[in-house]
Design a protein. Structure first.
Length: 591
C-alpha cells in the first residue's frame, strides 16, 4: 500500500476493477464505491435481482447505495460467538448511518473447546477452509462492494481473513471479544482450568465435586476462551497485521463498549470503501512480521503459525516457518498472560489493551510503525492512542521483559526435517531426552494417560493426526492438560504431527512435518526409541542413524485413510503440510 492513509487516493491500482476482474461500470472520475454492486443491481436487465431483494425488505433507495456484506460467524454451539448477532446489529446501524446498505450472511464455526478429545475435533481446522470458501463464494456471488467479517472462536478470524484476501474488496475484521474469567476459591479460572482439573480428577488428586465446581464457573457467559489462547491471539494478530482497527479487540464480549465499537466499525467500512483500501494493500511482508512479533511478545498460540502461513499464501507473501523463529528470537515476551502467565485476556483490556502491547514494541523499535491500519492511521499512530492503567503489571516494558525472547520456537532435526513448533514461556527445562511412548491416534494416547501409563521422563508420541492423517490436525489439549493435572507437566514431553490448543503449556511439540501419514520420520519411531528435545539448539531428534531411519521407512506402509467420502476425505486429499499452513489447494497439474 503506497502510503494511502485516508487521503482519498486509489490504493494498490485497483480502482479500475472490482477485484474479480470486472469493470466497475462507472463513467465518473475516481473510484466508484458501487464498483461491484452496479453489476448485479443496475439496469433493466437486473430487475429480477432487485425484485428478489425487495422480497427481503430492501427498497430502491437501499439498492442504490454501496452494498456492504456483513460476514457473521454467529452460532449457538459455544459461548465464543454467541454475542455476534447483537454486534452485527450495531455494525449494520453504523453502515446505514454512513450511507451504505448492509447485507448480513452467516457461515459455520466449530468449537475446539466443545469438541476436544472426540472425533468432532477433527473438523475444527477444516472449518477454517470452509469459512474462507463460503465467505468467498457469497462475496463473489453477491458482488458486495465491501465486507466486514465478524469472528471470535479460533478458526473464524483466520478463515475470514483468508476470504477477505481472496475477494480483495475493501474490508476488515471485527472481533467479538473474550469471555470473562470465572472465579473459583478466589482465583481466576478458564476453560484450560477445566481440562487440567479433569487430569487431576483422573489421577485421584481432585474430587468429583471439586471438578464440577470448576466446570460450573469456568465459562460465565459469552465470549471466546479467556487467556492468550488461539482466539485472543488471532484477534491481536489481526490488529497487528492491519486487518482490524487497533483497540477494537480488547473489550470483552459482554462489555457495553462493544456496541459502540460495532457502530463505529460500520461507519469505518464506508470510509475504507471510499478510500478504496483493500486487504492486499495492507497484507505486506512487513505486516506479517509485525503480527508475528505480537504473537511472540504476548506468549500467543502456536496455531498462529498455521494461520499466518495460510494467509501469506493467499496473498503471495513469501513467509516460511523459519521466519517465526527469527522474529521470536528478537522479540521479548512482555505480556503476562495465560496459559504461561498469570492473567486472563480481560485483564489485558483493563491494563490498556492490545494497543499497549503494540505501543511497547513501537517504543523499542521492534515493529514497523509506519504500516497502515484500517482507520488511516499508521500502526505507530494507532498504538500511541493506547492508555496504560497506572500500576498495571500485565504488560511489561521491552527493557524489563518476562523473557528476553518470544514464546514461539521452531525445531528441526531428523524427526522434523520441515519443522515443528513449540511454545516456551521461560520456566520450562530446555532439554529433554527420554523413551518414546508411541500412539497412532489421540484417542489411544488419551486412554493411556487416563490409565496412568505415562511415567516421568517419557516422550509421548502421537502420530497419524496431521493434516492428512487425522485428517484435520486435531488439538491435544485433553491429553496435555491431563498430563499437567497428573503432575507430569515438568517431567514428560509430547511430540505430535497434530496441533495444540492455545491453552497448552509444557514441553509439547506440535505441527511435526512432514507428518507420519505421508511417510514422515515420525512414522518410523518405535516404542522405547530415545527422543531428544534440545530447545536452545532448535533440535528434535530420534537416536537412530540415517540408515536405520531409511530402512524403517522403506518397510513402512501408510495406514488406510480414516475417511473415504465427505468433507474430511476431500480435505485430506487437498491439504498441504503444516509447515505450509495446512492449506487446501488444487492437485498439482490440475490447473
Amino acid at each position: 500500500m503506497d502510503g494511502t492513509t485516508g487521503t482519498g487516493k486509489t490504493a494498490g491500482g485497483n480502482g479500475a476493477t472490482n477485484g474479480h476482474g470486472q469493470g466497475n461500470g462507472h463513467d465518473g472520475g475516481g473510484f466508484d464505491p458501487r464498483h461491484n454492486s452496479r453489476t448485479i443491481l443496475e439496469g433493466n436487465s437486473r430487475a429480477g435481482a432487485r425484485a428478489m431483494l425487495k422480497g427481503t425488505g430492501y427498497t430502491d433507495e437501499d439498492l442504490s447505495k454501496p452494498i456492504i456484506g456483513i460476514a457473521n460467524t454467529w452460532i449457538e454451539t459455544m459461548p465464543c460467538n454467541l454475542n455476534l448477532r447483537r454486534l452485527a446489529k450495531h455494525v449494520k446501524d453504523g453502515v446505514r448511518a454512513a450511507g451504505g446498505t448492509p447485507m448480513e450472511f452467516n457461515t459455520v464455526a466449530i468449537s475446539d473447546g466443545v469438541t476436544m478429545g472426540t472425533e468432532g475435533m477433527k473438523t475444527s481446522l477444516v472449518s477454517r477452509e470452509v469459512i474462507a470458501d463460503s465467505v468467498e463464494l457469497v462475496g463473489r456471488g453477491h458482488m458486495f462492494d465491501a465486507v466486514i467479517g465478524l469472528g471470535a472462536c479460533d478458526k473464524t478470524l483466520p478463515g475470514l481473513a483468508m476470504a477477505l484476501a481472496r475477494l480483495n474488496v475493501p474490508g476488515f475484521l471485527l472481533y467479538g471479544g473474550t469471555i470473562m474469567p470465572g472465579y473459583h476459591n478466589g482465583k481466576e479460572v478458564t476453560i484450560r482450568s477445566v481440562y487440567e482439573a479433569i487430569g487431576a480428577n483422573e489421577a485421584g488428586k481432585m474430587s468429583d465435586a471439586e471438578l464440577k465446581a470448576i466446570e460450573d464457573v469456568a465459562c460465565p457467559g459469552a465470549g471466546a476462551c479467556g487467556g492468550q489462547y488461539t482466539a485472543n491471539t488471532m484477534a491481536m494478530v489481526m490488529e497487528f497485521i492491519g486487518l482490524s482497527p487497533m483497540g477494537t479487540a480488547s473489550a470483552p464480549a459482554i462489555d457495553p463498549r462493544k456496541d459502540e465499537i460495532g457502530r463505529r466499525a460500520g461507519e469505518l467500512i464506508m470510509d475504507l470503501l471510499h478510500r478504496n483500501v483493500r486487504p492486499r494493500d495492507i497484507l505486506t511482508r512487513a505486516a506479517f512480521d509485525n503480527a508475528i512479533a505480537g504473537v511472540a511478545a504476548s506468549g500467543g498460540s502456536t496455531n498462529s503459525v498455521l494461520h499466518l502461513l495460510a494467509l501469506a499464501r493467499e496473498v503471495g507473501v513469501e513467509l516460511t516457518i523459519d521466519d517465526f523463529d527469527v522474529i521470536s528470537r528478537r522479540t521479548p515476551l512482555i505480556a503476562d498472560l495465560m496459559p504461561g502467565g498469570r492473567y486472563a485476556a480481560a485483564d489485558l483490556d483493563t491494563a490498556g489493551g492490545t494497543g499497549l502491547v503494540a505501543q511497547r514494541l513501537v517504543t523499542a523499535g521492534l515493529v514497523d510503525a509506519s504500516l497502515p491500519t484500517p482507520t488511516g492511521q499508521t500502526f505507530g499512530e494507532a498504538a500511541a492512542t493506547a492508555v496504560e492503567t497506572p500500576g498495571q503489571d500485565v504488560v511489561r516494558s521491552a527493557s524489563d521483559p518476562i523473557k528476553e525472547s518470544g514464546g514461539l520456537v521452531i525445531l528441526k532435526g531428523n524427526l522434523a526435517p520441515e519443522g515443528a513448533v513449540i511454545k516456551i514461556f521461560g520456566y520450562e527445562r530446555l532439554h529433554h531426552s527420554g523413551p518414546a511412548r508411541v500412539f497412532d491416534s489421540e484417542h489411544t494416547a488419551s486412554l493411556a494417560v487416563a490409565d496412568r501409563q505415562i511415567k516421568d521422563g517419557d516422550v509421548v508420541v502421537i502420530r497419524y493426526e496431521g493434516p492428512k492423517g487425522g485428517p484435520g490436525m486435531q488439538e491435544m489439549l485433553g491429553v496435555t492438560a491431563a498430563l499437567i493435572g497428573q503432575g507430569l507437566g515438568g517431567s514428560v514431553a509430547l511430540v505430535t504431527d497434530g496441533r495444540f490448543s492455545g491453552a497448552t503449556k509444557g514441553l509439547m511439540v506440535g505441527h511435526v512435518a512432514p507428518e507420519a501419514q505421508v511417510g514422515g520420520p515420525l512414522a518410523a519411531v518405535r516404542e522405547g526409541d530415545t527422543i531428544t528435545l534440545d530447545i536452545e539448539n532448535r533440535r528434535l531428534d530420534v537416536e537412530l542413524s540415517d540408515d536405520e531411519l531409511r530402512a524403517r521407512l522403506g518397510d513402512w506402509t501408510a495406514p488406510p485413510a480414516r475417511y473415504t467420502s465427505g468433507v474430511l476425505a476431500k480435505y485430506a486429499a487437498l491439504v498441504s503440510q503444516a509447515s505450509e499452513g495446512a492449506v487446501t489447494r488444487p492437485p498439482e497439474g490440475s490447473l
